[in-house]
Design a protein around this ligand. Structure first.
Ligand code: DX5
Ligand code: ZN
Length: 219
């Protein structure tokens, strides 16, 4: 089952609650919350108070929180308290990986590690058994609306192959950046099952059709 996680980075922030309700009504499976600190990536986006407000307004939604920050370990509890259901941090961050995984688990959250385009898939393999999901970035993190990097496909396939060999059938593989119906199909073929899409959903005149198209279905 392919899941669609619209990135709220592409939403109209003046109407964020209504925009999130719109994409959930359109069939999205979760909401992708892109958190940037202006240090790990050259951009600042949003943080705990925004998640807290969204979670209060839409408590049933599943919150997929992507931390593009240098020190995720220091912020796990605030994001969990604000409503995160799944927390993704970057393998390239400055927090110790094992401690960060443990902190997320201890807080009762699902845990994922993300790798940037220049990080080889092999680097995440030692952690697979401990993860619910791996996020393969298909753009340099920091901004929405960038073009998909084909190099993500081999990385997805490599991780899926190793997960299968280890019997980790539950491991989700998420891909993020430049996802449209064409790149989505290529990612699913390679082994991805959670597709993040900002522009393709929030900037669509027909979000329901957009979500269906990403799943490879008719609207
Ligand atoms: C990039 C973010 C992505 C981004 C995706 O740093 O992690 O989630 O918002 O946006 P699109 O789908 O427009 O490439
Ligand atoms: Zn993201």
């Amino acid at each position: 089952m392919i899941q669609i996680s619209p990135s709220i980075l592409a939403a109209d922030f003046s109407q964020l609650g209504q925009q999130c309700k719109m994409v959930l009504d359109a069939g999205a499976d979760m909401l992708h919350i892109d958190v940037m600190d202006g240090h790990f990536v050259p951009n600042i986006s949003l943080g705990v108070p925004v998640l807290e407000s969204l979670h209060k307004a839409l408590p049933q939604a599943f919150y997929d929180v992507h931390l593009m920050i240098s020190h995720p370990l220091s912020y796990i509890q605030p994001f969990v308290d604000a409503g995160a259901d799944l927390i993704t941090f970057h393998l390239e961050c400055d927090s110790p990986v094992q401690q960060t995984i443990d902190a997320i688990r201890k807080a009762g959250c699902k845990v994922a590690i993300s790798i940037k385009p220049n990080t080889p898939a092999e680097d995440v393999l030692p952690w697979l058994e401990q993860l619910d999901m791996v996020l393969v970035m298909s753009v340099e993190p920091g901004f929405g609306g960038q073009a998909f990097m084909e190099s993500a496909l081999d990385k997805i396939a490599c991780i899926r192959k190793h997960a299968q060999e280890k019997g980790l059938d539950h491991l989700m593989i998420q891909v993020d950046g430049g996802i449209n119906p064409t790149t989505a199909a290529a990612c699913v073929k390679a082994g991805a099952d959670v597709l993040v899409a900002g522009s393709a959903v929030f900037r669509s005149a027909d979000p329901k059709q957009a979500v269906a198209n990403l799943r490879g279905q008719e609207g």
